[in-house]
Design a protein around this ligand. Structure first.
Ligand code: GLY
Length: 293
């Protein structure tokens, strides 16, 4: 909870010192990327071969510009690189080694992202995977292994001009195959922002967020008149049947009204509005039972 609070306070401070909503979400995500307890930046989950490959994305709701990076290994703060893609290139997404080269050219700070805790978790996961009966399909083993860790981070903001922004960052799922790209690098899946409708970001298994384009789904629901809360709940209700995995979503409309819902047991989140003396931290959001499909 401490990390979530610090993230909101730094985003809020950015807004009160003249920053835009894009500045605020970037700052809030940097704070979490720098806090090893989160699965983003320093503290990212390790892939099958024990390496970190990170994804991040950011979107400016005032002009629908967006930037994402996928499977990067170099920058301490992948969200900064995503913003540079948005602002300094003609593109939306850069991936892999060329994206790392772009980070070097832009003089972003590098880091060792692997922490002792993540290495321990990886060793344990590897042991469990190796102990699987040989007849079990490797894809099943990997799916099972990639479910326990989903502390992807995200932030949303609306500034005094009414501009919305969304940002998200992750190390992806533990034991993912090298080269796997998750929802965080896919605009509309991991995050989305549009001043006309709202902004949203999700956490949980990327493959599910991608199949349902969950963040865009939430914004579309807001566009058709649902409140930010109802829109987040509607997204969680989609996740029934065999697709069920623990997920969570936060949303905000252009008036600053906030929504949050989850199918997971645990999703700490926090918020701060103009009239609040400090951030309010919530251990979880409204839990939704997904409808069976
Ligand atoms: N939601 C993060 C990921 O699965 O990559």
């Amino acid at each position: 909870m401490k990390g979530v609070r610090a993230s909101v306070e730094s985003g809020y401070e950015t807004l009160t010192t003249g920053g835009s909503s894009v500045d605020a979400v970037e700052r809030a995500v940097v704070e979490m990327e720098d806090t090893p307890v989160f699965n983003a930046g320093v503290g990212s989950a390790l892939n099958l071969v024990g390496e970190t490959e990170m994804d991040a994305g950011i979107m400016d709701g005032s002009n629908l510009r967006a930037g994402t990076v996928a499977i990067v290994t170099y920058p301490k703060n992948p969200i900064r690189l995503a913003r540079l893609v948005m602002e300094k290139t003609q593109h939306v997404t850069l991936a892999g080694r060329p994206a790392d080269t772009f980070a070097r050219i832009m003089r972003l700070e590098p880091a060792e992202h692997r922490t002792r805790m993540r290495t321990r978790m990886w060793r344990q996961a590897l042991k469990e995977t190796m102990e699987n009966p040989l007849k079990r399909k490797i894809s099943t083993a990997l799916r099972q292994r990639s479910s326990p860790i989903h502390e992807t981070v995200g932030a949303l903001a609306v500034d005094s001009s009414g501009n919305l922004a969304a940002a998200t960052s992750t190390g992806g799922s533990l034991m993912k195959l090298p080269g796997r790209v998750g929802d965080t690098a896919i605009i509309g899946a991991g995050c989305y922002a549009n001043n006309r409708t709202g902004a949203a970001t999700v956490t949980g298994l990327g493959e599910t967020a991608m199949r349902f384009l969950l963040s865009k789904f939430i914004c579309d629901r807001m566009a058709s008149g649902r409140s930010s809360q109802r829109a987040a709940e509607a997204a969680m209700r989609l996740l029934g049947g065999s697709e069920f995995v623990p997920m969570g979503a936060i949303s905000i409309d252009r008036h600053g009204r906030i929504g949050a819902a989850q199918t997971s047991k645990f999703m700490p989140w926090a918020f701060r509005t103009r009239n609040m003396p400090q951030a309010k931290c919530m251990p979880k959001a409204k839990i939704i039972r997904p409808s069976a499909r």
